[in-house]
Design a protein around this ligand. Sequence first.
Ligand code: NDP
Length: 496
Amino acid sequence: MAPKTTKVAVVEEPHGYEFGGPLGAFGITFGLPLLCYSATFLCNDISGCPVPSALSPSTITIEKLKQDVGWPANGIRGFASWNVTFGVLAYYVLTLVLYRVVPAQYGTGTELRCGGRLKYKFNTFWSTIVTFGLCAAGTFVYGADFPVWTFMYDNYLQIMTTNLIFAYIAATWVYIRSFQIKGSNPEFRELAAGGHSGNMLYDWFIGRELNPRITIPLIGEIDIKEFLELRTGLMAWILYDFAYCAHQYKTYGYCTDSIMLLSAFQAMYVLDSYWMEPAILTTMDITTDGFGFMLAFADAVWEPVVYSWQARYLAVYPLTLGPYGSAGVIGVLSVGYYIFRSANNEKNRFRVDPTDPRVSHLKYIETKSGSKLLISGWWGTARHINYLGDWIMAWTYCLPTGIAGYLINHSSVALATGQSLADGSFTYQGPSVQTEVFQGAARGYGMVFTYFYIVYFGVLLIHREMRDEAKCVRKYSDDWVRYKKIVKYRIIPGIY
Ligand code: NDP
């Protein structure tokens, strides 16, 4: 897909370490998967969220803990299965086939250090609509028992393991392959400026090659980073939300406003990024970061698993927001989305065509690099005002879970299925026992899981802003200092 002109690759000076260097890379590589597994076990539909043992640590015994967390009967071997592995592979194959057959637009990436530009194929939005359409048809026919939803819900642990292994394999494969890059090449392959420190673990983690690509027979050329970042990971996040809606419906016979709003907000966020797919070409992920374990893990595991924790919680504890609660979260979402979308659009329009009447009145400064920096409108209020909008929206993913936390009681005393009890408890009839879900002593502690996203995302955006700042200092030098004197705040006008 790359135009066939050979240019000489300019090898930039490697940047300093990020993410705490090799030690940080080691911590993240093993720590984050551990976090995902721990949350899976400690917030579950067997004993509670958090599990009762976590609420009274002094009474913990290994046997009780194993029972509470639903430890697989066959131990660690229960973390994976061949059936599930084939199911996950089928998902990847489907996304590849849709990438191949769904009508697409084409775009060209920003200029690389070697002077070339890579071509990209965009059809994620319509491929996803086809996938959602197939799932909608399946749900219409099978209801909440549609096999895709039950497969995803019942094999959560095994799907996570398969995707984790996939991330390790993908990162290792692209790392080894990056050593093929030797100076000039007609495919415009080049190393990421910050990805070739010489430390094997760090480079493997951060990504050595900037834009690894693969040509698959019958499918064509795939830009691995763009494909996995937008397509498989984000789409799986939303599919999980839908699977949780189906599970809630199957369990209680209804879907609450909380889970429906949450899923709609997140689906809108993801579909918005798909609709704006070409805008990804100017993001730091595509222009600067290599593809290594960090991104592979984020796409394959972190996004689908962690981003859907709130819906997973609501699938078991069906909290209702009511008209005022719903109006509140919709109001917060509207403010966040307005800032996020208008700030991003303003910059994109200005960068594509500064004479566009929607942005031509804005003030800017000229820089020695040739690029112009906006100093009025949204970009005159803070240097990353778009991050503020994104973070405000993130609150609406967590707020619908309320003061979270529940415990689960299995008893033989029968109550009516779906009956909502006066004290905020819910009950459903399982195959052999009656189950009651109530808050009790767990109230508030479940927020560790359901509000994790807001804390994590705040840290991600602050860290990302610092990384982008470092990039802009490298690129704009004195002009960036001048720009910072005019636009003083980083993310929150008047505060930060
Ligand atoms: P931005 O869209 O904020 O782009 C930063 C770049 O814009 C800078 O490197 C610079 O690039 C250019 N720029 C900076 N200031 C100005 C200015 N005043 N005028 C014109 N151009 C300027 O960064 P991201 O790629 O990080 O984010 C894109 C969106 O994606 C954001 O809304 C963010 O919230 C979202 N996001 C979401 C994530 C998620 O997990 N949900 C993760 C990361 C991002 P140049 O070299 O071109 O000048």
